[in-house]
Ligand binder design. Sequence first.
Ligand SMILES: C[S@@+](CC[C@H](N)C(=O)[O-])C[C@H]1O[C@@H](n2cnc3c(N)ncnc32)[C@H](O)[C@@H]1O
Ligand SMILES: [Zn+2]
Length: 560
Amino acid sequence: MAEGDIKTGSLKTIREGSAEILVAEHVFYNPVQEFNRDLSICVLTTFSRIYQREKSAERQRKNASDDATNGADTKLEAGVKHENGLRILEALSATGLRSIRYAKEIPGVKEIIANDLSKSAVESIEQNVKHNQIEHLITPSYNDAMTLMYMSTKPEQRFTAIDLDPYGHPTRFLDGAVQSIEDGGLLLITATDMAVLAGNTPEACYVKYGSVPLKTKACHEMALRILLRCIETTATRYGRYMKPLLSISADFYIRVFVRIYTGQYACKKSSSKQSMVFQCTGCEALTLQPLGILKPNPTEANPQQIKFGIPTGPFVGSRCEHCNHQHHMGGPIWSAPLHDEQFLAELLQTVEQEDSKRLTTIRRIYGTLTVIREELHDVPLYYTLDRMCGILKLESIGMLKLRSALLHAGFRVSYSHASRTSIKTDAPISVLWDILRCWHRLHPVKADRFLEGVPLTAILRKEPAKVYNIVEIHPDANPPSRKESLSRFPENPAAHWGPGTRATQMVSDNKMLKSAQNQNKRKQKRTPKGDSAEEESQNDVKADSESPERKVPKTITTDC
Ligand SMILES: C[S@@+](CC[C@H](N)C(=O)[O-])C[C@H]1O[C@@H](n2cnc3c(N)ncnc32)[C@H](O)[C@@H]1O
Ligand SMILES: [Zn+2]
């Protein structure tokens, strides 16, 4: 956000990225979403490059000589109309700020439709498009988003990218979006109803998304997986399927970037990418059970052939094997990877080349994407260090020691970008409990904590199956993103931050945002840089209790 935003009559002038917009109090503008817009620009810039490469390869396949004349290496520029470029629909545009930034900052755009159902919002879009002299790329549109998308389902009318950034949940727009997106096109979708997705009202989540959420410490990742599963099942109704490029949990919302393709055979694999989730009501152990399974069924004609089946279950007993409590069942969730590794690599290249003057949140984008790249992409969900130690009433073992014990024992472990104290690992939870049993030998829990029926009694009374190395720090225990002190789990972006309400007064919140950002900078400066890794690990745990998931105002509680 630029310094010196000024008021003009009842309008306020706001600068963000390359755009300058005039905003009235009654039109929605949320400064906290700058990270969301900056990140979307990086994603679309990368996607635009990939899109051109794919189109060029397609042309080459069709007619090699043609391609030489078409120019496979057309230089993509921002702010200039590219006849073969992206056709973007911003279906819920409010001030037009996002569309204007997309037009001015993403190379290789053909056209952007900036649509809103509110008359005053569309007037604001028109005014801002003129103010930014970007009429050659943006067409303002006054329509219901669904009507507009349903009118654009024929192949030649479809969009290359559709951005859905609604108030609350996006699910009522999905049916139109999956039908009006090009084959291989990109959907960029935000959901801000985190309280619902995080399990505060499971019945409401089921109504909106068709899945039951669980109150788990991994609720932010579960929210992403519920949204992704909802997009996938909406798409498969039309013989289309989804490939997630990037799925992010940030501040008070989630945002997913997925490509949509057409293919009946790929749709058949959909049930094997979705799972029900059992969570123990005592120790919170998580167990996933897929809806479908793929079995190799090679024939001479097709050695790659697979057979579709359903698993036998349930995958848990009627009582938890660790603590003897019963289970809750949630889901279905998307249990395939949340991100595409190849796309992430290319996206990070884009981010590295970005100008930090234009994208003010670039440091945070780089930090978050680096943590995401380090995530174990084949391991859904996670536990948290503080919660596991809390359940056993143990003094904290510290992140580095726990990660080291797992690595020494031959397991993989990573953080999740969604939680500062997350433990994402391919080790079964029985191994995590064993490591904590070893820790307990050195740091025993008080005898009066061993009450009948509580999970810690059942878990700590058992002997560990083996002795785990909780003393030596493993060389890989500290991931590069942490060693390099990247901006991994940012503080709250503003004092009274949140998704905003319909046509809010958040326009005037710039000052608040800046003051919170300054406070955060001061805090970051105070964090001693040369901390030993172990001290830093304790800081991580401590800081988690101050992390965004805890500080959300009551109205949008996303803690779980
Ligand atoms: C959260 S705001 C969008 C913010 C914007 N994308 C940005 O980055 O600043 C949601 C907008 O959706 C509009 N809206 C709500 N329902 C709609 C519908 N059915 N069709 C089109 N626009 C709609 C509202 O008028 C509002 O301006
Ligand atoms: Zn249990």
